[in-house]
Every structure is written in C-alpha cells, then in structure tokens.
Design a protein around this ligand. Structure first.
Ligand code: UDP
Length: 452
C-alpha cells in the first residue's frame, strides 16, 4: 500500500488489552500508517504489545494504581470491562493532555481511535475536544445480538427462553436463544448497563469494523442505521495490513517445519484462542477425538488452557503413545501462517472473531466449538449462513469430534465445505482489491480522519 502524500496527522490508538483486540487495533494502525499517518499506541502495562514488532509506532504506557490483570473467561467479563475503564481513565486524561501540549501547532489535534470496549476513552477525548473514532473488533452480527437484549427482555423472551433453548430469536434469524452471548453474565442489570453504554457512542465521529461486506452486509447495514455516524467495514484487516505480528506471546515456528512434512489439506489445526479454558474432561475428549480420527493434527495447547494445571502434563502417556508423530502440540502458534499453509485442511476452532475471519481469508473450513461471549453467534453463522463449517452440537465429546473431523477432512461432504470456503476466500480477496468494498471504505475513512 503506498503512502498518499505526507499527512502526518497523529492517531492515538487505545486497544483493549486482550490478544483478540490488540491484533485488529495494531493492524488498523499499520494500515493507517501506510496511508501516511503517524501512530501512537496508548497501552496498559499488562498485556502490553511487543514494541519491537512495530518500530514505526510510538508506544506510551497507561498507568494505574491497581496492576491486577484480571483474566476474563467467565461471568466476570462485564465487571472486568467496567473496572478496566475506570482504572485507566485518569491516566488516559493525563496522557492525552500531555500529547496535546506537546503537539506542534501546525500538526493539528490528534485523532483518537479506541476499541469499543474501552468506552471511557470517548469522554476523556471529548473533554479535551479531541476527535475520536471507534473500532469494533467483533462480528457485526454479534453486536446486533448484544443490542437485542433489552428488547428481548421487554418482550418477555428473556429469561423465559434459557441458555439451552433451540428456539429462534425473533429478528435475529437464524440465531437461536442458545447462541446469544448474553448468558455468560448472570447479572441482568449489568448486561443492560453495558449494552446501553456501547450503544451510546457520544461524540465519536465514526465506527470502523473488522468485517467484510461480502460476509455481513445485512448486519453492517443495520448497524449503520442504528449508529448515525459513518460506519466503515475494512476487513479482513490482517490482509489489508502489511505483515507484522502483534502476538503477546512467543510464537512457536517449529510447527511450520512440521507442517512442511505433511501432505496437502491433511492437517486439522486446533486452537481455542487466547482466553478460553477447558476442564480436564474436555481436554481428554479433544485429545481422544484427535487420536481416534487418524488425521495429522496441530494443536495449540496454551500452558494455562486447563483450569488449575499445566495443560501438557494433563495429557496421558497412552494418548501420547497413540498419536506419536501424527500430532504436533505447541504452546502458541503463528496462526496466520499456519492457516495459510497448504497442509492445513481444517480448523477446529472456538470461533473467536479473529480466528473466524483469518480462517475465511485462507479458505479453511472449520469445526466449531464455541465457548463464550460472541463465539456462539459466529459459530452459528459459520455453520448455517456461510456454511463453511460444522458445529459440534453436544459440546466437546470425543465421538462427535472424531466424526466431524472425518466428515470435514476425508468424506465427500467435506469437499463441499472446502469448495464453499474457497469461494468465500475469493470474495474476501475481491473486497480488498482496488474498488472492492473494504478498499473503498478505507479511502473514505482516511478522508474522514482528515476532515475531523
Ligand atoms: N493466535 C495466535 N496464535 C495461536 C492462537 C491464536 O497468534 O496459537 C491469534 C489468532 O491469530 C487471533 C487471536 O490470537 O488473531 C485470537 O483472537 P480470537 O478473536 O480468535 O480469539 P480470542 O483469543 O479473542 O478468544
């Protein structure tokens, strides 16, 4: 991507400090840097990005008296967000003030780009008269699912339709009640408060989505109607951005050497992202599903994947002997490279939005086992709208896993999934090419940034 003149306007990015949020934010930073903007990243000290990977960016730490780095794999996500927003507000105020004071007169005011979940940024930016733009890092459809909560409650569907209900959600076809992200948090008032906060974008000038029109046109249009400011979908961002990793952990590249030895489309890649945790029983079910399917597999098993123990230690010797060289297990992989590898023929995934969009971008069909938050919504779309994946309907259960892997990797039906995934990949590629929807949206975003 060539630089279009010397814009030099300073953009201050405020990511939410989780891997799945840091990636798209730094990708957006790289895209906009390539368009001539200067990039500053205001980041928390826990989960701070690896500055060496982005030598052109300025990184400024946000300080807080409370340095706890609450993990957020359960009910507590809403609490985690509210404490995060509260904890860093003062530091954001101080940092933005300093940036404005140090700014040369001719440079103009910096524009702030913040993760939608870092909602307190808007108030701070507004108090200093700084323009701000929101980045939404989840799927558009998952936002609509969150926003439907007050209506569904008012109409009496919630709580009467519980978290296991197969009933279709009115207005959100083909989502079922069990697909909704809301059931992770048991406190209704907190959910209502969060949805109201996210809906109220204050004085922010625009919203950027890491999504693609060809995937989510209808959901994106509905969001455009709800938020009256311009919405720009410029995904898949990892394809729009010049490559540089924003991984928080060291990537194990030895898995690429292992993949090089495997035949085309033979490997099932398994990863449940950066946050999801399993219990020992679920771990054993996945392990034996993989062992029994007889396909080669590459499994990302974070050392903290299993509650209360080191994950690799929880795997039995019997399992290790059975799979031998057929399985490669790593702590953390270079996922984009893995998905782009010719040997990878399927992705057994938790359906985090980044993983979903990365898999679609590489034309890799999926086996879906959503665990929390928006993952169930994404899973439903992967399996029932785009039809590029098989959803495990009964949780993590070895026979179902084995069957799904065989169906995807060996049986005739798997070919149909692969073909649809290849078609979707082509469509996504067209979106980022000249005059494609993401290409055009990016140019409009650049114009907007220059005008605010
Ligand atoms: N990822 C990675 N290496 C791994 C597993 C995941 O680099 O071994 C990256 C992956 O490419 C994606 C991000 O971590 O960009 C995970 O984001 P996602 O939204 O899929 O899931 P989350 O971690 O937020 O649940």
């Amino acid at each position: 991507m060539e630089k279009q003149g010397l814009r030099c306007r300073r953009l201050v990015l405020v990511p939410c400090p989780l891997q799945g949020h840091i990636n798209p934010m730094l990708q957006l930073g790289s895209i906009l840097h390539s368009k001539g903007f200067s990039i500053t990243v205001a980041h928390t000290q826990f989960n701070s990005p690896n500055t060496c990977n982005h030598p052109d960016f300025v990184f400024l730490p946000l300080l807080s008296d409370d340095s706890s780095s609450a993990r957020n794999d359960s009910d507590d996500f809403v609490v985690f967000l509210s404490s995060l927003n509260l904890k860093y507000k003062a530091s954001l105020q101080e940092l933005f003030t300093r940036i404005v004071e140090e700014q040369e007169r001719h440079e103009g005011l910096p524009c702030i780009i913040y993760d939608a979940l870092m909602y307190s940024v808007e108030e701070v930016a507004h108090s200093l008269k700084l323009p701000s733009i929101i980045l939404g890092t989840s799927s558009a459809i998952s936002w609509l699912a969150y926003f439907a909560y007050p209506r569904l409650r008012e109409e009496g569907y919630i709580p009467s339709q519980g978290s296991k209900s197969m009933g279709l959600v009115p207005g959100l076809h083909p989502l079922r009640f069990k697909d909704l992200p809301l059931y992770d948090c048991k406190n209704e008032d907190r959910i209502l408060e969060l949805t109201a906060t996210l809906r109220n974008i204050g004085t922010s000038s625009a919203i950027v989505w890491n999504s693609i029109d060809c995937l989510e046109q209808s959901s994106l249009s509905q969001l455009q109607q709800q938020f009256r400011v311009p919405n720009f979908s410029i995904g898949p961002m990892q394809k729009m951005a010049p490559t540089s990793s924003s991984s928080l952990w060291e990537e194990d590249h030895s898995c690429i050497t292992w993949l090089d030895k495997q035949t085309e489309n033979s490997v099932i890649y398994v990863s449940f992202g950066s946050l999801a945790t399993l219990d020992e029983k679920e771990l054993a079910e996945i392990a034996w599903g993989l062992a029994n399917c007889k396909q080669p597999f590459l499994w990302v098993l974070r050392s903290d994947s299993v509650h209360g123990s080191n994950s690799a230690d929880s795997l039995s010797d019997d399992f290790k002997e059975t799979v031998g060289e057929r399985g490669c297990i790593v702590d953390w992989a270079c996922q984009e490279q893995v998905l782009a590898h010719r040997a990878v023929g399927g992705f057994f995934t938790h359906c985090g939005w980044n993983s979903t969009i990365e898999s679609i971008s590489e034309g890799v069909p999926m086996i879906c086992s959503p665990i929390l938050h928006d993952q169930r919504v994404n899973s439903r779309y992967i399996s029932h709208v785009w039809r590029v994946g098989i959803e495990l309907e009964n949780g993590l259960e070895r026979e179902e896993i084995e069957k799904a892997i065989k169906k995807l990797m060996v049986e005739k039906e798997g070919e149909e999934f692969r073909q649809r995934a290849a078609n979707l990949k082509l469509k996504a590629e067209l979106c980022i090419q000249k005059d494609g929807s993401s290409y055009n949206s990016l140019n409009k975003l650049v114009e907007l940034i220059m005008s605010v």
